[in-house]
Structures are given as C-alpha cells and as structure tokens.
Unconditional design. Sequence first.
Length: 228
Amino acid sequence: MTIIRRLGLDFAYTFLGLPLALVSFSLLVSLFAASIGTAVIFIGIPLLALTLLLARGFADIERVRLLQLTGRAVPRPRYAEAPEGAGWFRRITAPIGQGQSWLDLLYAVVNLPIAIITFVLPIVWWAMTLGGLTYWFWGRFIPYGDSHDIVIETIMGADTAHNRTVFNTIVGAVALLTLYLVQRGSAALQATFAQTLLTRLAVIQGRVQDPDTSRAAAASVESTALRS
C-alpha cells in the first residue's frame, strides 16, 4: 500500500470518527439515562434493551470502518439470543444479559474523548503542513500593520516579511515530514481501542470454539474408522 493511500485511509477513519462518536455518545447516553430514570416502572427495562441494541448497531458500523482501515476481516462476537419458546419480555430484554452489549455501550461513551484527540491532532498537522508550505503566497495578504510577532522576533531576530516566510515554510516542512507518523498514530490509537472493546470477545470465543471443533472432528473420524 502506498503512503498516499495509507494517509487517505487513516485520514478518512479519524475525520469521520468524531461525528460518529458525537452522534452515538449523545444518543446512547441520553437513552441510557432515561432508561435508568424509568427503571422503577415498566418502560425502563425495554428502553435499556433498546439502548443496548442501538449500541450494537454503532459497534457494527465501527467494525466496518475497521475493515476498511485495515483491509483484514474483523471478527464479530456472537450475540446470544433468547432461547426458543421464550416469552416476549425475555426476547426483547435479551441484550441486557449479554456482556458484549455492555462493552458496545462502554465503547460509545469512552470513545468520544479519544475521537476528539484523533480528530484534532491530524487536522492541526494538516493545517500546519498546508498553511506553512503555502505561506509565501497567502501571507502577503495579511495586514500586519505595526504589530510584531514575538515568536518570529525571538527565533529569527526580526519580524520581517522574509523572516515570516522562512519561518512558516520551515514549520510546514517539519509538519510534512512528521505528518505520516501523526496521522498513522492517531488512526492506530482509535483502531486499537475499538478492537479491544469490540472484537476481543470474538477472538476469545473463536479460541474456545476451536478445541470443541477439533474434538468433534476427531470423534467423527474415530466413529467412521470403527464402522469400517
């Protein structure tokens, strides 16, 4: 994968992550608070189940985003369903007893500050890169008047148009050289957190299932051998 394509995927992941985190946080926290507040009456428990189902939906969206980011299959945990023949109340409240449902909700709540960081940091770096490297063009249109930039004076010795151009170009060049690391690190931070809460249980379930599958296969082979 080329650096440009990797940058594009990472930028899309972190840039779209914040609006998605804002929507999921505001919606799920509001519904969760309402369900807790009405827990003493009948509506609270079904509302909590609805909240967890919505959290599962947002978690599935994030798993799709992880697939697009990494290009690798993203395991989805198995969500247990109510047993066959269970009553309607048991069926609609089944998500409440599932651990992954609560991990989905926890992710939606805790992900917001992480999404803010991984959104703002790359945006700042992109702004420094593009703004610094093109300052030679747009800087001339800024009316400085008699004001002086203390940073330019301290570093460059004098606040002149030439020194401002040199300084901002250097800042832009440094930002460009480190842009890939910042963007890649931001995407990796958000993706690692998502994988920890949204896919780790699926990995554990797969490890538990594999020995059972192996034993079943071995028993089948042994049974076939005995019949022959």
